[in-house]
Design a protein around this ligand. Structure first.
Ligand code: ATP
Ligand code: MG
Length: 201
């Protein structure tokens, strides 16, 4: 199989997605793209796993802090933080509470540009400003400001890996190698084969 068909990404349906009965809708949107589901679990994560998941991505604390501070600036508001790393540490504490609060669906999707395709459909981090047509933009309503007021994580239904490198590290945290299934989907010949042979009678 060519390398581009093997790109993989990790998706978590966070506890709010489960409680909002959106498992089917979210999987439907990803499935319709033609990407292949190669790993699937339903579990309540431990604090250790959530920490490992976010800290596996070097520089995440700083970048998550910078992103949320920039969102305030864009709206001409003042962030409650001055130091992005401090902001990131608080976000991590809130995320641990959020993700360990109930069951989650954990998935691996595979196919051409899997990381980018899944990020595009998922939408930006803050549901208030996520694009219309995306999962976060269409199916929920949270904002940084509301999360901060209540000192909790932004509830945005899903996590999706941000890059191929991040995906590789994250998948290893949630899945053993043998739990990722290797199989062929019939539709892959339509998506990837050079010639569309065998359609006409
Ligand atoms: P994810 O990694 O979940 O796909 P993302 O890459 O769009 O989202 P990150 O910047 O990695 O966003 O932040 C991880 C998660 O932390 C977000 O999805 C959100 O739930 C939460 N979060 C991010 N920034 C804040 C914040 N300032 N306040 C509260 N929660 C936040
Ligand atoms: Mg992220």
């Amino acid at each position: 199989m060519p390398i581009e068909q093997r790109e993989r990404t990790l998706v978590l349906i966070k506890p709010d997605g489960i409680q909002r009965s959106l498992i089917g809708e979210i999987i439907r949107r990803y499935e319709q793209t033609g990407l292949k589901l190669v790993g699937l679990k339903f579990l309540i994560p431990s604090e250790k796993t959530v920490k490992e998941h976010y800290l596996s991505n070097e520089g995440w604390l700083k970048s998550v802090g910078e992103k949320s501070m920039a969102a305030y600036e864009k709206k001409c508001l003042k962030s409650p933080y001055q130091d992005p790393v401090k902001c990131g540490e608080d976000v991590l504490g809130r995320l641990i509470k959020y993700l360990t609060s109930g069951p989650m669906v954990v998935m691996v999707w595979q196919g051409n540009e899997a990381v980018g395709v899944i990020r595009k459909i998922s939408g930006g981090t803050e549901p208030l400003t996520s694009d219309v047509g995306t999962i976060r933009g269409d199916l929920t309503i949270d904002s940084y400001a509301l999360g901060d007021t209540d000192e909790r994580a932004v509830r945005n239904l899903i996590h999706a890996s941000g890059s191929v490198g991040e995906a590789e590290k994250e998948i290893k945290i949630w899945f053993q190698d043998e739990e990722i299934l290797k199989y062929r989907l019939v539709q892959e010949s339509i998506l990837y084969d050079v010639n569309l042979d065998g359609i006409l009678e």
